[in-house]
Design a protein around this ligand. Sequence first.
Ligand code: FCB
Length: 449
Amino acid sequence: MPTAPLPQFPAGFRWGVSTSAYQIEGATEAGGRGTSIWDTFARSPGRIADGSTGDVACDHYHRYREDIELLAGLGVSAYRFSVAWPRVQPTGTGPAHSGGLDFYDRLVDELLAHDVDPVATLYHWDLPQPLEDAGGWLTRDTAARFAAYADLVAARLGDRVKLWITLNEPFVHMSLGYGTGLHAPGRALLFDAFPAAHHQLLGHGMAVAALRARSGSPVAIANNYSPVRTIGDTDADRAAAAAYEALHNRLFTDPLLGRGYPEGTVGDPSVVHDGDLAVIAAPIDVLGVNYYNPTGVRAPQAGSPLPFELVPSDGYPRTAFDWPVAPDGLHELLGWLHRTYGDALPPVEITESGCAYDDTPDADGRVHDPERIAYLDGHLRAVRSALDDGVDVRGYFVWSLLDNWEWAEGFTKRFGLVHVDYATRTRTPKSSYAWLRDVVTAARRKPER
Ligand code: FCB
C-alpha cells in the first residue's frame, strides 16, 4: 500500500472515470435499440472466454441513477461514457430514434445535477450490425454514416456534453476487430485491415466538423498507446521496433496531427482519396491517451507473416490479465508524444488507465484491492513526472467505474473501483474507491498555487 501522499496536481486538473456502453448498459432490446456487431459476435459460440454476452452486463441502463450516485460519492469532476450508436440509429442510418437519445438525455442531466461533467465518446466499438453487413469500416461510406450519427447526437446533447470523444482506440478496433478477429466483427485480414484504419480516421475528421457545427465544446479522440521498447540491438530489431511503433502509436496520430501516414503503413493506396488527409487533420482540442502497458519488440523469426515479434515485458508485477504494471511506461509514453509531435501536440488527457484483479468480497462483504491502489498511485505519480517535464496533461480517467463485461474476456476480468456481483448486480465500492475519493477530494480542495 502506498504511504506517501501524492504530489499536488494543477488547479483545474480533470479527475474522472470511464466506462463504455456495451460493457455496462445491458438492456440490448430496450427503447428500440438495434443490434450491434458486439451482440452478434458475443452470441457466436467460442468467441467469449466464459460464453457470456453483454445482454445484461451491469444493467446500467436501468441502474444509471445508482451509478451516478457512486460517481458523485467518488467526487470526480467528469464521467466518460459512450453512446451506443444502435440506440440512436437502430440500423445505422436515418433519423434519430428518440427512445435511444432519451436515455442519454436523462443520463447527461442527472450527471450535471450531481456536478459531474459529461464526457461523451461517440464510438466505443459497437457498430450497428447492418453497417457491418454493408462492409463495416472497410467501406468508405461508414465514415459518412458516422458523421451523420455524430450530428444527431450533438443536436440533442451538444448544449450539455463538456468534452466530445469521437472514437475509442481505433488501433485496437482495427487490429483486433479486422486484423486478428479476436474482437467484433471478427475479421482476420492482417495487414489488409488498413481500410478500417483509414475509414475510422476519415469518420473522425468528418465527425469533428459535425460536432463543431452543433456544439461549442472541445473535441478529442481517445487513442491507445504503448511505448515501444526494442529488445536486442541488431538493425533488424530496431527496424522491427520502428515498424511496430508506426503501426500502434503513429498510424492514428501522425495523420491527425497533419503529418500524413507513417511510411510503410498504407496498405492499398487507392483507399486514400485526394483531400482525405486534410479532413483527418481537422484540429482537435485534446488528445485522449489510453495507456495500459509497454510493448517489447524484436525482429521476427524467419517465415513470420509479421514484420516484428512482440516480447513480454519482464520485471514487473502483473495484473489478472497478465499485463505488466508499468507506470514508468506512462511517463515514457507522455515524453515520447511530447518529443515526437512538439508544438503540434494538443493538451493531453489520460482517458483510460486501470487494471484487472480477481477481487472478491471478504466475509464481511468488503472488497479489498490494494493492488489497484498501488497501480493508481504509481500511474498518477507518472503523470505528475510528465507534468514536471513540461507535458501538458490536463486530466486522468480511471478505467473503470464498475467491474464490467470485458469484451472477449466476458465477465472474467474485473477492472472496477466498484465490485459488481453478476448474480444480483449489487454494487460494492472497493477499497480503491475510498482511496481515490480521498485523493480527488484533497486535490480538488487544495489546488497548486
Ligand atoms: C481498452 C478498452 C476498454 C477496456 C480496457 C480494459 O482497450 O478501450 O473498453 O476494455 O481496454
